[in-house]
Design a protein. Structure first.
Length: 302
C-alpha cells in the first residue's frame, strides 16, 4: 500500500518572511506622526524600525528582487540619516549631563551652557530636516513603493523552498559575515581606521541580529541565542559610537569656549574621560565578540 502524503507540507520561506516584512513596514509608517511632532520616542523607534527593515532587505535579498531590495534599503538609510541629528543630540546631552555630575566648581555651569548651545542648534536643524524629508514627493513615492513591496513581495524561486532548508545557509552566511567583521575589528591596531572597523563590526552585528530574530519562529532558541549574542556586541559598539560622537562635540565646545574667551578646562577634562571610556568599551566589545564567536553557538548552522 503506498505511503500517504503528509497532510501538513513544509512551510515555505516566503510564508515565513512575508508577514515579517508587512509588520515592519506598518510599524515604520505608524511612527511618522510622532516624528513630525518631534517626539524623541517616535524618532528613536522610527530609526530602529528603519534599521531592522533595511537589515532584512539586505539579509534576505536572495529571496526577493535584489535590485528592488537595494533601492528600498538605500532609501531607508536616507530616512534614518535625516533623523540621526536629533537622536545624536539627545544622546550627547545625556552623556554630558552624566559627566558633569562628577564635576564641581564655577566653570561647570559655563561648560553646560556651551554644550547646550551647540546641541540646541543641531537638534533644531535636525527636526526641520526630518520634517522636510517626510514632506517630499520622493518620500511619498518611496512609502507607496515600500507598501506595494510588502503587500506583494517580488519573490525569487528560492523563496518557494522549505523554510528550514532555505534559511539555514542564509543565516550561516550572515553569521560568517559578522564573524569576519568582528575579527577585523578585534585584530586591528589603534589608529584612525580602528573606529571604521568597529563601525563595520557594529553594522554586521546589527544585520546578523535582525536576521536571526526574524528566523526565531523557524529555528527557535538556537536562532534566539545567536540574535542575543549579536545584540550584545551591537549595543556595546553603539555606546562606543555615542562616546566617540560626544568626544567630538566636547572638542568643538572647547574650541568655541576658547574663541569666546571662556575657560574650556572642564570641557577638555570631560573629553579625556570619554576617551578613556571609549577604550574600556572597546575592551568590552572584544570580550563579547569572543563569546559570540564560540563554535558551540553556531555549530548547528553547518
Amino acid at each position: 500500500m503506498p505511503k500517504a502524503a503528509s497532510a501538513t507540507p513544509a512551510v515555505s520561506a516566503a510564508e515565513v518572511l512575508g508577514p515579517v516584512l508587512r509588520n515592519q513596514v506598518q510599524d515604520l509608517r505608524s511612527w511618522e506622526p510622532g516624528v513630525r511632532l518631534d517626539r524623541a520616542e517616535a524618532v528613536h523607534h522610527y530609526r530602529v524600525t528603519a534599521r531592522r527593515l533595511r537589515s532584512e532587505l539586505d539579509g534576505f535579498r536572495s529571496l526577493l528582487d535584489p535590485d528592488e531590495c537595494r533601492d528600498l534599503a538605500r532609501e531607508l538609510g536616507r530616512g534614518a540619516a535625516a533623523l540621526s541629528g536629533a537622536r545624536d543630540a539627545e544622546v550627547v546631552r545625556h552623556r554630558v549631563q552624566a559627566l558633569l555630575r562628577d564635576e564641581s566648581g564655577p566653570l561647570v555651569d559655563a561648560a553646560l551652557a556651551q554644550v547646550d548651545r551647540l546641541l540646541s542648534e543641531a537638534s533644531g536643524r535636525s527636526h526641520q530636516d526630518s520634517v522636510n524629508h517626510l514632506d517630499t514627493q520622493d518620500y511619498d513615492a518611496f512609502t507607496r513603493r515600500l507598501e506595494r513591496f510588502a503587500d506583494l513581495p517580488p519573490w525569487s524561486t528560492a523563496a518557494d523552498g522549505p523554510a528550514d532548508d532555505v534559511f539555514r545557509p542564509l543565516l550561516h552566511h550572515e553569521w560568517a559575515r559578522f564573524r569576519q567583521r568582528g575579527t577585523d575589528a578585534v585584530s586591528g591596531t589603534a589608529g584612525p581606521e580602528r573606529n571604521e572597523r568597529l563601525h563595520a563590526a557594529r553594522k554586521a552585528a546589527k544585520r546578523a541580529r535582525y536576521v536571526a530574530e526574524a528566523l526565531t519562529p523557524v529555528f527557535g532558541r538556537r536562532a534566539k541565542r545567536l540574535g542575543k549574542s549579536a545584540q550584545r556586541v551591537q549595543v556595546v559598539l553603539g555606546e562606543h559610537q555615542d562616546c566617540t560622537i560626544t568626544q567630538v562635540l566636547l572638542g568643538h565646545a572647547g574650541e568655541q569656549a576658547f574663541l569666546d574667551g571662556e575657560n574650556g578646562f572642564v570641557l577638555g577634562r570631560m573629553q579625556a574621560r570619554e576617551a578613556t571610556t571609549a577604550d574600556e568599551l572597546r575592551e568590552e566589545f572584544v570580550r563579547l565578540f569572543l563569546a559570540a564567536d564560540r563554535k558551540k553557538l553556531r555549530r548547528w548552522l553547518g
